[in-house]
Design a protein around this ligand. Structure first.
Ligand code: GDP
Ligand code: MG
Length: 412
C-alpha cells in the first residue's frame, strides 16, 4: 500500500542558506515522490533557533500532529538527532524521519550494482545503530515502509548485535568488491578504452543523453536517483574509437556531507575519467547555481584538472536562452536536446576531439598482398591514399588500439 507523507520544510532564519526555501521544498517533494510515497500535505517552519528537545517547538509539533493526521509518516527537510526524532514521535504519535533517512531510502530503492547496494546498506545501518538506544528503536518506525527498507526491498536488521556483525561483514564484502573493480579498471587501461563519465544534477538528463548516445534502452524517469550506481556502456565513435560511458548518481542540493562520504566509492569513478560530460538542464531557473553545486562536490571529491565538456541540455524547452553569451563563458560547451536527439553529433565531435590523445598518425606503405587489411582502419580515418609500385601509401589517423592491431597484421 502507498504510504502518505506530510512534509515539514525547515527554514533556519539565522543560517544564510544558498537555496531558497521554495527550491528546497521542490527538491524534498520530488525525493519523497521518488520513494513511492504520496504527499498528504506540507508546511514551512521558520525557526529563529533550534529547540534541542524536538528541533522545533513542542507546541508546533502538536500542531503538526493535527495537520498531519491520517498520514503514515512526517518527513523533516532537515537532519534530526536520534533523541529529537524520538521526542517528536512521542509527542506527535506519527512515525517521523529526517532528511538523511529519506535520502538513504531513495538510494536504497535505486541501488543496482553490488557495490552500491553494500554502500547503501552500510550507511543505513550506521545511521540506525545510534537510534536503537532506549525504547527499542521506535518500533513504529521499523513497522515497515519508508526508512526501513534495505537495498532491494530487503528489510533492515534491527537487532543491535546482529547489526554490528552485519556492518563488519559489509565492510569485508566492500573490500573484495573494490578489488574486483580495480582489476576491471586495469583491464580497461590495457585495452586503452577511454572512460567518459556523465555527471550533473539529478534530472538534468544524463540517462536520456546516455541513451541518445548509445541508443540503448536503460530506463530513465522523472524519479530521482534511477542511476545511483555508475552504469557503464560501450560506444564506438565513427573513428572506430571505443569509449566507455559511465552514468553516475545525480547531485542534489546540500547532499549531507556524511552521505558524500558513504557514496564516495560510487562517485570515485569520476577520478578515473579521461573526460567528464557535465550535463546541465538549461531550462531550469537555477542552472548557474546548480553548476556551482556540482563543482563544489567535484572539489570535495578531489577532482581537479580534468577535461570537462559542459553539455547544456533541454534546449527544446529553453528557446529564450542567449547561447552566444553562454558559449563565450564556456568555450567547451555544446547545446543539445537529449530527448529530441538534437545536437548529438556536435557533442560526439567534441568528445572525439577531447580524446584525441587516444589516437595517432599512421604513415606507411601497404603492399597489394595485404590490401584487404586496410578495412581495419576505417574509411573515415584514412586521410590520404597514394598508389605506389606494388601497393599504396597510406596516411591515416586512428585509435591507438587499431594502429597496434593493424601494424601487427601488416608484419605477419
Ligand atoms: P538524470 O537524472 O540526469 O539521469 O535525468 P533523466 O535522463 O532521467 O531525465 C530527467 C527528465 O528530463 C526525464 O523526464 C526526461 O525525459 C527529461 N529530459 C531529458 N532530456 C531532455 C531534453 O532534452 N528535453 C526535454 N524537454 N526533456 C528532457
Ligand atoms: Mg539518471
Amino acid at each position: 500500500m502507498r504510504e502518505s507523507a506530510y512534509i515539514i520544510n525547515i527554514k533556519l532564519e539565522h543560517v544564510k542558506e544558498c537555496w531558497p526555501v521554495k527550491e528546497s521544498a521542490d527538491e524534498i517533494r520530488e525525493l519523497v515522490l521518488s520513494t513511492g510515497c504520496s504527499i498528504k500535505g506540507e508546511d514551512i517552519c521558520r525557526l529563529k533557533k533550534v529547540n534541542p528537545h524536538c528541533f522545533i517547538g513542542e507546541g508546533k509539533v502538536q500542531e503538526i500532529a493535527l495537520e498531519a493526521k491520517g498520514s503514515d509518516v512526517v518527513i523533516f527537510s532537515h537532519d534530526l538527532s536520534a533523541a529529537q526524532q524520538q521526542n517528536i514521535e512521542d509527542v506527535a504519535g506519527i512515525k517521523t524521519i529526517d532528511r538523511t533517512q529519506l535520502i538513504l531510502d531513495v538510494f536504497a530503492r535505486h541501488a543496482r550494482s553490488s557495490e552500491g547496494k553494500l554502500q547503501v546498506e552500510l550507511a543505513q545501518l550506521n545511521y540506525l545503530l545510534p537510534r536503537l538506544k532506549g525504547k527499542g528503536i521506535m518500533l513504529s518506525r521499523l513497522g515497515g515502509g519508508i526508512g526501513t527498507r534495505g537495498p532491494g526491498e530487503k528489510k533492515l536488521e534491527i537487532d543491535r548485535r546482529k547489526i554490528r556483525r552485519r556492518i563488519e561483514k559489509l565492510k569485508e564484502e566492500l573490500e573484495s568488491v573494490k578489488s574486483r573493480r580495480l582489476s576491471l579498471r586495469k583491464k580497461r587501461k590495457q585495452n586503452e578504452i577511454p572512460l567518459v563519465v556523465l555527471i550533473g544534477y539529478t534530472n538534468a538528463g544524463k540517462t536520456t543523453l546516455l541513451n541518445a548516445l548509445t541508443d540503448s534502452t536503460q530506463a530513465s524517469s522523472e524519479s530521482m536517483f534511477t542511476t545511483l550506481d555508475p552504469v557503464s556502456r560501450i560506444y564506438t565513435l565513427p573513428s572506430r574509437q571505443k569509449i566507455i560511458f559511465a552514468d553516475t548518481v545525480g547531485f542534489l542540493n546540500d547532499l549531507p556531507y556524511h552521505l558524500i562520504d558513504s557514496f564516495r566509492a560510487t562517485l570515485e569513478e569520476i577520478n578515473e575519467a579521461d573526460l567528464i560530460l557535465h550535463v546541465l538542464d538549461i531550462s531550469h531557473h537555477l542552472t548557474e547555481k546548480r553548476k556551482e553545486a556540482v563543482y563544489s562536490v567535484l572539489n570535495d571529491l578531489g577532482v581537479h584538472d580534468k577535461k570537462i565538456i559542459t553539455v547544456f541540455n533541454k534546449i527544446d524547452k529553453a528557446e529564450h536562452i542567449d547561447r552566444d553569451i553562454l558559449s563565450f563563458r564556456y568555450p567547451d560547451s555544446v547545446f543539445i536536446s537529449a530527448l529530441k536527439s538534437t545536437g548529438i553529433s556536435g557533442l560526439v565531435e567534441k568528445i572525439k576531439e577531447a580524446l584525441s590523445f587516444y589516437e595517432s598518425w599512421l604513415n606507411l606503405f601497404v603492399p597489394d598482398s595485404k590490401i584487404s587489411i586496410l578495412e581495419m582502419l576505417g574509411e573515415e580515418n584514412i586521410i590520404e591514399r597514394k598508389p605506389g609500385a606494388g601497393g599504396v601509401y597510406i596516411k591515416a589517423r586512428v585509435p591507438l588500439k587499431i594502429r597496434e592491431n593493424f601494424c601487427q597484421k601488416l608484419k605477419s
